[in-house]
Write a protein that binds this ligand. Structure first.
Ligand code: SF4
Length: 169
């Protein structure tokens, strides 16, 4: 591995609260970015672009549709260490609330009856196929570490990353 850990933060079905918790590490995060972590992909923090092989991937979110499944399988192939980050990723989380309703109802609410959109604004081909239930990523790929919490508290994230960085140097 390089001196800096090449890192991607990959989102599936999530609420962005986990990324806010990472940002809430504040100065500790800045120090890690300066000295130990090279963030190569993180759509919430930087402009999105594709990424190649990475040392570390933090997956944030459950698997709720075929796009999520594709994304985590691709990430597993690219990442040496894969972390299941937060309650959605570990258990299904808030997206499991949708599982109480039928798939058609969920698709209507998410893509067709959105107040800011007219029905048909999103072409059918762009609408993902939703899974039977919101699932943990570990049901689809091998996971190296699991971080609990909704979201994981910033001190826990800091301790986890510090320990991980120490163990791989
Ligand atoms: Fe949001 Fe909680 Fe899921 Fe993180 S674990 S994405 S904070 S709902």
């Amino acid at each position: 591995m390089n001196n800096k850990l090449k890192t991607a933060i990959v989102e599936t079905s999530h609420c962005a609260g986990c990324e806010v918790a990472i940002a809430d590490m504040g100065e500790s995060l800045l120090e890690m970015l300066e000295e130990k972590i090279e963030l190569v992909y993180a759509p919430v923090f930087m402009s999105s672009r594709d990424f190649g092989e990475v040392d570390l991937a933090l997956i944030i979110g459950s698997v709720k549709n075929d796009h999520d499944e594709e994304k985590i399988k691709e990430t597993r192939e690219k990442a040496e260490i894969l972390v299941s980050f937060g309650a959605c990723t570990n258990f299904g989380g808030i997206y499991a609330i949708g599982d109480m309703y039928g798939k058609e109802d969920q698709l209507k609410k998410a893509y067709k009856e959105v107040p800011s959109l007219k029905d048909g604004d999103i072409p059918d081909k762009d609408i993902p196929k939703i899974t039977d239930e919101a699932s943990p990523v570990s049901e689809y790929v091998d996971v190296d570490y699991k971080l609990p919490g909704c979201p994981p508290p910033p001190p826990l994230i800091k301790d986890f990353l510090t320990t991980l960085l120490e163990s791989v140097k």
